[in-house]
Design a protein around this ligand. Structure first.
Ligand code: BG6
Length: 508
């Protein structure tokens, strides 16, 4: 594993939650594994009035609270935080960026970092146009023989128009190669493994197409609710928060053609082609191709659980979806006619992300079966937790007759390594420092993904006849979602049972 060139990583929004929970813990992990540059500084920038020393104390506390690695000693933490610095500014004032520039000059001289700077925008999206512009006014965008990169958190845009406009604004001062758009799902080890499973084995690819695959199911379920992020979430909803980015990116990895090389351009070209092949859902079809839901109060294991509308920061009459399920097609030679079903939701019974490839039934099934689905092989790629791959197939039950039972070939990631699974941000930050953008979303692909969901957004927002279904917290979402998978005997896969002791399905 390579160490990046000496550089300074500037984190805007350094006093915020993401920096504390994810970025700083990921950076110390990299430091611990000797994957940070030999000389580096992490410069926190935000409004809060910290000094270098108070910032270090704050971040030490966050590391103690959020770092999940007992192997990292106190000594390592103390050494690491000496590389942290801080500059308070008002990010909306152009002149304040002069302070950032001065501090960077000072650190650059001290650390011999060759003017290599990466700017991480961990701020509210309203600043995604502002900060890069003001940095450029200070000349901090110019990358001749130096590293000058922007890392931009999601959400990248609020809809198609704002995503296009943001791309355009950024490209006024930066090259596409300098812009790294985060989709942290691509940083997950198991999402990358999907790529390895498909393209390092000869046995899957011949089956990975319309001739053998009946349908593909992608689920990303969360058991938690909005957890204090009601204000943000109520303006977003599951479609923007999860589908437009994480779920479609996973679908891109499942459906892409083998790239010509491991080069970032080659791989991202293939993802783009998948998005360009998504069959547009017409406004008149939105009703039959999508379902939305919102969790309502219930009781789980005797405990009352709040409904979404009762959560802090949420409008009591909110129509924001906390559950979204879609059916779509990819119109190309590989996938023509194969439905893809994707769903995501908050307050479902468990936290699980998985991709299920449902293979077609054998042409002539000789044995007795209870359901159609029972006679089909399934490949289940478990993205999280309990990362691994499971193949379901039929075996003869010992004894008289030909009774068939479905059994599992079950591989768990933890069986090949005792190493803990790296956090997605570790991989992504390391890649950005090395200049590898493969696991970041490219501007054109982000726009295509928005284009695909635009009609759904529009109809959900404007058509009063499109229902929003209430589902009790702790259940697998609206019952109505079953109707999306309309084939006889085929349902969504339910990795575990509903949890709610009581609660009502309803229309909101
Ligand atoms: C984020 C969403 O992008 O992903 C959150 O904004 C969601 O609402 C989170 O909870 C899920 O990520 P993970 O890695 O926990 O599955």
């Amino acid at each position: 594993m390579q160490r990046p060139e000496n550089l300074i990583l500037v984190i805007f929004g350094a006093s915020g939650d993401l920096a504390k929970r994810k970025l700083i813990p990921a950076l110390i992990e990299l430091y611990h594994q000797n994957l940070m540059p030999e000389n580096f500084a992490i410069l926190g920038v935000s409004r809060t009035d910290y000094s270098d020393s108070t910032f270090r104390t704050e971040m030490t506390e966050s590391i103690n609270e959020f770092l999940d690695d007992k192997d990292i000693s106190k000594k390592t933490i103390n050494e690491f935080v000496k590389n942290l610095y801080y500059q308070p500014i008002d990010t909306s004032k152009a002149d304040d960026y002069g302070l950032v520039k001065n501090k960077l000059n000072e650190l650059n001289e001290k650390l011999n970092t060759n003017g290599n700077y990466i700017f991480y925008l961990s701020t509210p999206p309203s600043l995604y146009e502002v900060i890069p512009k003001y940095l450029a006014q200070q000349g901090l965008n110019k990358n001749q023989n130096r590293i000058r990169r922007l890392i931009i958190e999601k959400p990248f845009g609020y809809n198609l128009e704002t995503a296009i406009s943001l791309n355009k604004k950024l490209l006024e001062d930066y090259e596409e190669e300098q812009i790294y758009r985060i989709d942290h799902y691509l940083g997950k080890e198991t999402v990358q493994n999907l790529f390895v499973t498909r393209f390092s084995n000869g046995i899957y690819e011949p089956l990975w197409n319309r001739n053998y695959v009946d349908h593909v199911e992608i689920t990303s379920a969360e058991s938690l609710g909005v957890e204090g992020r009601g204000g943000y979430y109520d303006n977003s909803g599951a479609l923007r928060d999860m589908v437009q980015n994480h779920l479609l990116q996973m679908a891109g990895f499942v459906a892409m053609e083998p790239p010509s090389s491991l080069d970032s351009r080659a791989i991202r070209n293939e993802t783009l082609k998948v998005f360009q092949s998504l069959r547009p859902i017409k406004e008149s079809e939105v009703k039959s191709f999508s379902i939305r839901g919102q969790y309502v109060a219930s009781k789980i294991k005797g405990e009352e659980v709040l409904g979404y509308r009762e959560e802090k920061g949420v409008n009591p009459k909110s129509k924001t979806e906390t559950y979204a399920a879609l059916k779509f097609y990819i119109d190309n030679w590989r996938w023509g006619g194969v439905p893809f079903y994707i769903r995501t939701g908050k307050r479902l019974p468990t936290k699980v992300t998985e991709i299920v490839i449902h293979f077609k039934e054998t042409p002539h099934y000789l044995f007795s079966k209870k359901t159609n689905s029972e006679a089909c092989n399934k490949l289940i790629i478990r993205i999280q937790p309990d990362e691994g791959i499971l193949l379901k197939f039929g075996m003869k039950v010992p004894g008289a007759g030909f009774n068939v039972q479905n059994v599992n070939m079950d591989f768990h990631y933890k069986d090949i390594s005792d190493e803990k699974m790296p956090n997605a941000y570790e991989r992504l930050l390391h890649d950005a420092m090395l200049g590898d953008s493969t696991l970041y979303a490219r501007g054109d692909a982000v726009e295509e993904a928005w284009k695909f969901i635009a009609p759904i957004q529009k109809v959900w927002e404007s058509d009063k006849s499109i229902k929003i279904y209430g589902y009790p917290a702790g259940t697998w979402g609206p019952e109505k979602a079953d109707e999306l998978i309309e084939k006889q005997g085929i349902t969504w896969r339910y990795p575990c049972k509903n949890l709610a002791d009581d609660g009502k399905y309803c229309e909101l």
